[in-house]
Design a protein around this ligand. Sequence first.
Ligand SMILES: *[C@@H]1O[C@H](CO)[C@@H](O)[C@H](O)[C@H]1NC(C)=O
Length: 292
Amino acid sequence: MASQTAMLLLPVFCLSLFAMASAGNLNRDLQITWGDGRAKILNGGELLTLSLDKASGSGFQSTHEYLFGKIDMQIKLVPGNSAGTVTAYYLSSQGPTHDEIDFEFLGNLSGDPYTLHTNVFTQGKGNREMQFKLWFDPTLDFHGYSVLWTSQHIVFMVDGTPIREFKNLESRGVPFPRSQAMRIYSSLWNADDWATSQNSLFFCGLIKTDWSNAPFTASYRNFNAVACVWVAGKSSCTAGKLAGGGVSWMDYRMDLESQKRMEWVQRNHMIYNYCTDLKRFPQGLPPECALA
Ligand SMILES: *[C@@H]1O[C@H](CO)[C@@H](O)[C@H](O)[C@H]1NC(C)=O
């Protein structure tokens, strides 16, 4: 009788173990860095929330640094009137010649679409903005935002659909991030004073944050980094492991299907592309624009 019960329970037990393993644990993978209690890891490490009120925003970073990887996160953005708030989710290395891969979600009035702002910094220089309107309401549900970063390219993905690719064009003189390890960072903050900053090119006319809606909250779950962890100057991906062909994300290429889907997004949902902004680059577009 007892052993029958054990047999019945076993599959349930295994299933729940599997679910725990696949969800990751945010207590282990992420660290709250600021916000004085406004950032929280909940449900035993399944959920992280950032919040913003008039006094402060909040933020977290990854426990590890990475040098290449496929990094997935599901995010549910601030609902309702989120105008003036920015949810930044990015990878960055340190120092004046840092590399950076950015997703930034610019809030909007209730019912008006968020802007998804992306950028790539190499050796301290950015100015590679591309902006999108999402094809769904990112505040109703969690959606997946991924960065695939290999020595060959960086691919930004939304729910598995590539929206932007930054290729390694070092052979043509375009710096590519491939030697500085990056950490993941996220913050929720108030950006309604950006109109006066150098970013006014993108944020002029931004509506003031309506603090009567505070606190603003964004939620994160299912963080998954299939990545090379950088520890004490060494990568966890040994040459042998890569040569063995075992790491599929390393070999990811944009096949025809992915290429078509990215073109669809860029044709229908892209609202700004630095590569077509001749007014901004009167002496010529950046070199990668001709080669993309
Ligand atoms: C807010 O929505 C309006 C109307 O669609 C749009 O023109 C504007 O760019 C949006 N602002 C942001 C910051 O996304």
